[in-house]
Ligand binder design. Sequence first.
Ligand code: NAD
Ligand code: ZN
Ligand code: ZN
Length: 348
Amino acid sequence: MKALRLKSWKSEPELEEVPVPEPGPGEVLVQVGAAGACHSDLHLMHDFEADHLAWSPPFTLGHENAGWVHTLGPGVRDVEPGQPVAVVGAWGCGSCGRCLDGLETYCERPDRAPVPGGGGGLGLDGGMAEYLLVPAVRHLVPLPDGLDPVDAAPLTDAGLTPYHAVRRSQAKLGPDSTALVFGVGGLGHLGLQILKATCAARVIAVDPRESARDLALCCGADLVLAPGEGLAEQVRDATGGRGADVVLDFVGSDETLAASAASVRMLGDLTIVGIAGGTLPVSFFGVPYEASVQTTYWGNRRELVEVLDLAARRILHAETTIFTLDDAAQAYRDLANGTVRGRAVVVP
Ligand code: NAD
Ligand code: ZN
Ligand code: ZN
């Protein structure tokens, strides 16, 4: 089968012919219906080096996957060949305290996980291929009626990650609150819809691309702004001087982190989701009083069930641009050039 493979750090991925995997005991082979192209893959190609992560290339890209159950390994029950499924991407050990809480993203026995801190497309072979080997049936969520793999694939990361971040700040998202979103790409355009679906906060979106600001308005943003000098003041003006109760930074550069810290309200949340590599100096007078600064990584199975349900009920919708597997490298080039609306999705 064809697969888009990252062969070393700091390199462009290559389309190669690889064998179709055979599922061993407990494993499931999924026929890939769609695989989203995440900006994190661009960081893998361009920014990361050998000592950044506990795993390394070569592997097939694609950590945002949905498709159909194809073949069951010995002992697998609960799913049927042909059944449409979304893949929960973070694959932990399944038995430590965090994994038992459903937080396989934060598995504390990485030595017992298939790949420490990663999953398919992040250290192990991912879904930019015709088939994806999934190590355990608990990583599969049956698709609700009316949702196909192309709709579902982006939800497994671009939907799930903002959902986890928004739910974490739920207590601060009351009806008179403001949420501020930096970056209206794959994650951000779904983050805006999730905010609108789960709370009554006023929502402000920031993006340098006019097309992304237009998309933000379609996704329910009450106000869109371009980044730059004076941004924090515009946010304060729009919030009666208070600032944003919850800031979700889907970029994570020096610039957006500084703007986030300047825009967050006292007692607010500043959540860093983007991994552009920026830093934010945190000190007593450096951020507003009692503002919490936190990172979040992906989300869990239960949250994915909720995200898929919102999508099946047409409350959440991923905007997608479709590419073939032969054109998958182009999807990443377009993403890097900022010409993708919503999410680029590869359909093998
Ligand atoms: P994307 O390329 O689809 O979207 C990024 C958006 O940010 C674009 O619309 C871009 O125009 C905008 N942007 C760039 N500079 C900006 C600025 N100064 N101010 C405001 N907006 C700006 O990327 P994506 O796939 O949505 O991923 C976003 C980030 O989140 C990436 O860094 C990615 O690696 C990271 N990510 C993190 C997690 C996690 O679990 N923490 C999961 C997935 C992705
Ligand atoms: Zn991702
Ligand atoms: Zn674990």
